[in-house]
Write a protein that binds this ligand. Structure first.
Ligand code: FES
Length: 113
């Protein structure tokens, strides 16, 4: 498996998130790279409700109070640190967490896309 670089970690501000789209031929995968509470996390950018990306506006992943990741399609809210849906139509479901490592300042996906 070839590691998949997603983004330079320095491009993601603390307590914010960036969307990354990886294309491999016809295969398209979207990710959320998040820095939150001193940690870095990577989720698939796919809402567990209907499978759409969370960000209707690119890179706008948070609700107004900047407490939860927010899906603009039907209003699901997710805990940033766990990906758990705490409000909305997929209550109790979670965003898919992705294994990654940071190599030379680059967030690299450990799994095949
Ligand atoms: S697709 Fe996210 S809340 Fe419906």
């Amino acid at each position: 498996m070839t590691p998949t670089p997603l983004i330079e970690l320095a491009e993601v501000e603390e307590n914010d998130a960036k969307g990354v789209t990886i294309r491999d031929g016809a295969k398209v995968r979207k990710f959320i790279v998040l820095r939150w509470g001193g940690e870095t996390l990577v989720y698939r950018n796919r809402c567990p409700h209907a499978g759409t990306p969370l960000d209707w506006v690119p890179d706008r992943f948070f609700d107004r109070r900047k407490q939860h990741l927010f899906c603009t399609s039907h209003g699901a809210s997710f805990e940033p640190e766990t990906g758990l849906c705490v409000d909305g139509p997929c209550l109790g479901d979670s965003l898919e967490k992705c294994a990654f490592e940071v190599l030379d300042g680059v967030v690299v996906l450990k799994e095949a896309i």
